[in-house]
Design a protein around this ligand. Structure first.
Ligand code: DAH
Length: 345
């Protein structure tokens, strides 16, 4: 019996020694299994209780209980120590110096052409216009024929137009007007659309020319549309864009696809019409071309000109952006120099 008690004591002391030497939580768990597991050292000794006499049992039971409690207490104490040490180490490892200045991310922004396009869209959408789109690769039919542009018109020449093939069937659209045709072919009046987009011309790059630039087209077709509607809508547009005091004028002009046709100028917003660098001394800045949709165009698109009438307009968006941002060279819009673009972020 004394021998058994001694064994229990020895096993408990060995366990406590192992526990105090354990350096990790996993190691501690292994010790727990070695001692208290199914085949653990104390478990095995405690099983031996079966072979004892009724007198011996309570003494042995008490001793083994005490041993178990001692080992468990040692396990829990060591576990708490190791956990605390682990936390201290993690805190040290993951220490964050919040006094180090942060790295500012570079903030992107909208391109000035995007800003202008979105602003114009907002103005026209406020007047009930929808946004329409068309392909940049166009047919000669949609670009010229359906717009009442004769076979011999210089607009068709290779000097102005990028063609894809010898027979001049496909081309890069030179203006957004073909979208008018596509919209009228597809749906019937009432139509009230604008179409912003890229256009292409065989021009050399200089301060006011680029082989690719942006335009916005507008088209309204319904019963009883007059030149008065055109003037009203475009005057409101100019005032929304450049301010309530903006003065506009309409000059007669010629376009094959409108009759009568005109151009709308705004009185120079930089000098109020006195004459300055922005308006080249003229007092006026040309903003857009416009007119009443030619009956031939309506007819070719399947709309009866005796029932319906409409107006159209087209403007270059780089020109609007240059006026709006006081830029005198449109190349800056294409060069993608972040020192320029960053100013709009
Ligand atoms: N297509 C013309 C151009 O590129 C712009 C234009 C003028 C469009 C008058 C129109 C318009 O719809 O009515 O120069």
């Amino acid at each position: 019996m004394n021998e058994k008690l001694q064994e229990i004591n020895n096993a408990a002391q060995a366990a406590v020694a192992a526990i105090s030497g354990a350096t990790g939580i996993k190691e501690l768990e292994d010790i727990r299994v070695e001692v208290f597991g199914k085949k653990g050292t104390l478990t095995a000794l405690m099983k031996a209780m079966g072979g004892l006499s009724a007198d011996e049992r309570p003494v042995f039971g008490q001793a083994s209980n005490a041993a178990r409690m001692e080992v468990e207490a040692a396990l829990n104490a060591r576990l708490a120590e190791l956990k605390a040490a682990e936390m201290t180490k993690r805190l040290a490892d993951e220490a964050l110096d919040i006094t180090i200045p942060g790295q500012k991310p570079i903030r992107g922004g909208r391109h000035p052409m995007t800003i202008v396009t979105e602003d114009l869209c907002k103005i026209f959408m406020g007047m009930g216009f929808e946004i329409a789109e068309g392909p940049e690769v166009e047919t000669a039919y949609h670009s010229f024929t359906a717009l009442n542009i004769s076979e011999t018109h210089p607009a068709r020449s290779e000097q102005d137009t990028f063609y894809f093939n010898e027979n001049h069937e496909f081309l890069l659209r030179t203006c957004t007007s073909p979208v008018q045709v596509r919209v009228m072919e597809e749906r019937k009046p009432p139509i009230r659309i604008i179409c912003p987009g890229k256009v292409y011309r065989s021009d050399n790059v200089d301060a006011t020319h680029s082989p690719v630039f942006h335009q916005m087209e507008g088209l309204v077709v319904d019963k009883g549309i007059t030149f008065g509607d055109l003037k009203g809508a475009l005057t409101v547009f100019a005032r929304e864009l450049f301010g309530e005091e903006t003065v506009v004028r309409f000059r007669p002009h010629y376009f094959p696809f409108t009759e009568p046709s005109g151009e709308m100028d705004v009185q120079c917003f930089a000098c109020q019409g006195i004459g300055c660098r922005v308006c080249k001394g003229d007092g006026w800045v040309e903003l857009l071309g416009c007119g009443m949709v030619h009956p031939n165009v309506l007819k070719m698109c399947g709309i009866d000109p005796d029932v319906y009438s409409g107006y159209a307009f087209g403007m270059g968006l780089e020109r609007v952006a240059m006026a709006r941002f006081g830029v005198n060279d449109l190349r800056v819009f294409f060069e993608n120099d972040v020192r320029f673009l960053g100013q709009f972020a």
